[in-house]
Ligand binder design. Structure first.
Ligand code: F0G
Length: 387
């Protein structure tokens, strides 16, 4: 293991919980921040102000690897022999990869039919025991917590605080790429709310240490079909109350929410979650970062994804929620064209090709680009290309 290759452990002073001998690293965090002036123009932002942080460039193809290197290092420190997670797909891919890289047994829980094939294929290929439950992510999350407690298995979902320590480095790399300038806005999709929780912590710590002088605003984007955070914040007025929120209050809100027979449904399967485990920490981040939450329909997410494909390196559907969010927040005047924005693109385009192929072949949106059907005939092919 070469820790100097890791875009997480480069910042080891800011996640200082174990010695190098325990660190589990596979070269995660070598991701890039791209200034994307095409998208800036499309969205009516000033040139130079839209940046995309491609976390899909991690070894398992999503931002999860930032958190896994930290959590697996902690697991190794405490001598864990087996580990587990619930997942909409990316966590299970990352856990499976890190588990076999350090010889740990691994079980992943997924909701039947709720996972993109790119992600399912990774868990199987990396040798994890894959348990498909007849239920959704929230059902898996409940089962895995009980199983881990009963069997003394190390839990790797983002309620593990070491996951969030590692994910802080996404923010360090963004400001490092901007020559230590803090952007005005960070935009991120919200699912289980691990990223948004860790980003607030990252900025608070940097500010407390005197390494930055301002904290960016945080915009968290839910899919409308999985909008618990948006509903609780915007319609129920839930806040980080004088430093903390009563668990009882959240439990009763969650019960009330499910009593509405709400079942999450979005094409952005990665964020198809209705009871995010990091809700309390996320409310704290919103407080720290003067944050806001919006929810967007799948159509807007799909068009944003096509735009990132056409003008950038592409991403998976859930990731595109960040750029869809930027578009909406510019349209409604919340974000000004002169402000500097970084959108976190959480997962690689190849994680979920079905959604992409459907979008283009079924002409689902404004940027649909279906393949042209041509007979096996040179003249006809040439005619079509010329036309
Ligand atoms: N984007 C992608 C691509 C994800 O896979 C996830 C979460 C999120 C965004 C949401 O991030 O939970 O920090 O708010 N995926 C989890 C999983 C739940 O199981 O792979 P969050």
């Amino acid at each position: 293991q070469r820790l100097d290759f890791s875009g997480v452990w480069r910042f080891r002073e800011l996640l200082n919980f174990c010695e190098d001998e325990h660190k589990v690293s596979i070269g995660e965090g070598q991701t890039i921040l791209q200034q994307n002036d095409f998208i800036a123009k499309e969205l009516g932002m000033d040139k130079g102000n839209v940046h995309l942080q491609y976390e899909g460039l991690n070894p398992s193809g999503s931002f999860k690897d930032n958190g896994m290197t930290a959590a697996f290092s902690h697991a190794s420190l405490v001598g864990a022999k087996s580990c587990a997670c619930a997942s909409t797909g990316n966590t299970s891919a990352a856990v499976s990869l890190y588990a076999h890289s350090c010889g740990m047994k691994c079980t992943v829980f997924i909701g039947q039919g709720r996972i993109a094939f790119g992600k399912l294929s990774q868990a199987m290929d990396y040798g994890a025991q894959t348990i498909q439950i007849a239920g959704d992510f929230d059902d898996c999350m409940k089962q895995v917590q009980d199983v881990c407690t009963k069997l003394n298995i190390y839990l790797l979902n983002s309620l593990n605080p070491f996951r969030l320590e590692g994910q802080k480095t996404i923010m360090y790399r963004i400001i490092e790429s901007l020559n230590w300038q803090v952007p005005d806005w960070i935009i991120v999709p919200g699912g289980n709310l691990g990223n948004s929780s860790s980003f607030g912590k990252a900025f608070k710590e940097l500010k407390d240490l005197g390494l930055i002088d301002k904290i960016p605003r945080l915009a968290i984007i839910n899919a409308s079909g999985a909008d618990t955070l948006s509903y609780l914040v915007n319609e129920r007025g839930l806040k980080w109350n004088s430093g903390w929120v009563e668990t009882k209050e959240i439990n009763s809100l969650y019960t009330d929410f499910t009593a509405k027979k709400f079942s999450p449904h979005t094409i952005a399967s990665a964020i198809e979650i209705s009871r995010p485990v990091n809700l309390k920490k996320c409310l704290r981040s919103i407080e720290i970062c003067d944050g806001l939450v919006i929810d967007l329909p799948d159509e807007e997410i799909k068009d944003a994804k096509a735009m990132i494909g056409k003008y950038g390196l592409g991403c998976e559907p859930a990731s595109a929620a960040s750029v869809a969010g930027l578009r909406r927040l510019v349209q409604d005047g919340t974000i000004n064209p002169g402000e500097k924005v970084a959108c976190v693109l959480t997962g690689h385009a190849l994680k979920d090709p079905d959604i992409t192929v459907n979008y283009h072949t079924k002409r689902e949106g404004v940027l649909s680009n279906p393949p042209v059907e041509v007979p096996n005939d040179l003249d006809k092919i040439i005619d079509i290309i010329k036309a």
